[in-house]
Design a protein around this ligand. Structure first.
Ligand code: AMP
Ligand code: ZN
Length: 489
């Protein structure tokens, strides 16, 4: 399996440190606002990599951090007049809800920065002890002139580095290379929101970059396999992570660095700072389906920029519909249950071919658009086979080979299972509206003393598995048993 390593700017054969096991870290969100779908594209990419490594049989330990203390979270907590954690925590919850809606399976471990302060302090102490960091006015800075490997990942022009100067802000540009903050001395704002921790060099709070070094190494060890994130994190965040980690341990930090490209809107990077964004909720409110968004993400390689358009989303909805219908047709087909038909090799061969093509494409640095094409080809064959049923019935073995290929591919793409869940939710919604309309009709019939009609409506509801209970506050209803309910009245 080839992965493009930003560190070497090459496709490299992926060989984990320990055979069969992968340690993987993804930079997660700063939980100070609802993430936009550009952020989601990057989290989707990490999830895709995680899923595909598992498809290839690796046991993966996947860690994602939540940045719950940094310049931005403190500023927002202050503006809202609440303690830091009280401000950030609802964003963690809504993030997990968005992950669920988008079918992002999520990490094995989520590390919140505020829970790893002791690890950060001891890492900074190691850097001070090794002469790579120094204290200045209660803050601690990394001395880039003492770390010869600085700039290896981002290939920045070190002749532009402003020797002996310091940058306190977490974010800065490539032409602003300076000693960066590992620890920031306490300010009034930090005290106001409770973002203060004690250290040997005084009270304060961590810089953003040290957080990811400390948390990733705490869980995955001092050297681990894969670190990923969005392309904007290469400099300074990941460059600084390497300097801090390798500076402290003297060992290689990460073996494969993977970066996902941006989602764009109107030709520009989607960004909170620009305000040109959609959240997942915005798209769903406008009638988009999460399965279409997933599909849209898959149409472009993760290292390619992707422009968000409504037309692309509509085309994805159509593509998902086609994939889903074929899958459903095959699942519902009586042959799959009776097993009477003669076993012919058509779908066995098509399934094996689809899986081989899918694997070859994904092995090529997760080439999802080519992998999707192999799924479309497969669907065409399955449809032809289903249409030709009269001449050559499908055996249970043939159907199950095809269904297995769908299931294995969907364990990585996650489109079909998500589309199915969405259908069930729509059906549930439709059922709810119908029940409420019927209960209203019954109440009106009773109000005009038409008890025959009221009983008829009640029977109608009972026939569909709905139990109506009259209470002092009006009628309450429930579903007797999910299996007995016809969801499509
Ligand atoms: P943040 O919450 O700002 O720390 O960003 C979380 C993740 O989203 C980081 O990995 C960023 O690189 C990534 N990201 C930010 N904007 C975009 C975008 N427009 N497209 C794709 N990824 C993005
Ligand atoms: Zn990070």
């Amino acid at each position: 399996m080839l992965l493009y390593n930003t560190l070497t700017r090459r496709h490299e054969e992926f060989v984990p440190l320990i055979e069969g096991e992968v340690g993987m870290y993804a930079c997660g969100p700063t939980i100070y606002a609802t993430p936009h779908i550009g952020n989601m594209r990057t989290f989707f990419f990490a999830d895709l990599l995680h899923r595909y490594l598992e498809f290839r049989g690796y046991r993966v330990k996947f860690v994602m951090n939540l940045t719950d203390v940094d310049d931005k979270t403190i500023t927002r907590a202050l503006q809202n007049g609440v303690p830091l954690t009280e401000y950030t925590e609802p964003f963690a919850e809504s993030l997990f809800a968005d992950f669920d809606t988008l079918g992002i399976q999520g990490a094995d471990v989520y590390t919140r920065a505020t829970r790893y302060i002791p690890e950060m302090i001891s890492l900074i102490q190691r850097l001070i002890d090794r002469g790579l960091a120094y204290v200045s006015d209660g803050s601690v800075y990394f001395d880039i002139s003492e770390f010869p490997g600085y700039g290896r990942l981002s290939r920045v022009d070190l002749t532009q580095a402003r020797q002996g100067e310091r940058v306190a802000s977490d974010e800065y540009d490539k032409d602003d290379i300076r000693d960066f903050a590992l620890w920031k001395a306490v300010r009034e704002e930090d005290e106001a929101v409770g973002a203060v921790w004690m250290t040997p060099w005084g009270p304060g709070r961590p810089g953003w970059h040290i957080e990811c070094s400390a948390m990733s190494m705490a869980i995955l060890g001092e050297t681990f396999d894969i670190h990923c994130g969005g392309a904007d994190l290469v400099f300074p965040h990941h460059e600084d992570e390497i300097a801090q980690s390798e500076g402290a341990t003297g060992k290689p930090f990460v073996r494969y660095w993977l970066h996902g490209e941006f989602l764009q809107l109107d030709g520009e990077k989607m960004a909170k700072s620009r305000g040109n964004l959609f959240t997942l909720g915005d798209l769903l409110d406008r009638g988009a389906r999460a399965s279409s968004i997933r599909h849209t993400f898959l149409t472009t390689h993760y290292r390619g920029r992707l422009s968000f358009t409504w037309a692309a989303l509509a085309a994805s909805a159509e593509a998902v519909r086609r994939l889903f219908n074929t899958w459903k047709r095959l699942r519902d087909h009586p042959s799959t249950r009776t097993g009477r038909a003669e076993d012919v090799p058509v779908l066995h061969e098509a399934a094996a071919g689809a899986l081989a093509n899918f694997t070859a494409a994904m092995d090529d640095d997760l080439n999802t658009s080519v992998a999707l094409a192999s799924l479309y080809d497969f669907v065409t064959i399955v449809n032809t086979r289903l249409d030709a049923l009269c001449t050559a019935p499908i055996s249970a073995a043939e159907a199950s080979a095809a269904l297995d290929a769908f299931a294995r591919i969907d364990a990585v793409f996650g489109i079909l299972t998500l589309a199915e869940r969405e259908q069930e939710e729509v059906a549930d919604d439709r059922l709810r509206l119908w029940v409420e309309e019927r209960i209203q009709a019954r109440a009106e019939a009773r109000a005009r003393r038409d008890f025959a009609e009221a009983d008829r409506v009640r029977d109608e509801l009972t026939a569909r598995g709905i139990v109506v209970e009259d209470t002092v506050t009006g009628a309450r209803w429930s579903v007797r048993c999910q299996g007995e309910v016809r969801a499509d009245p």
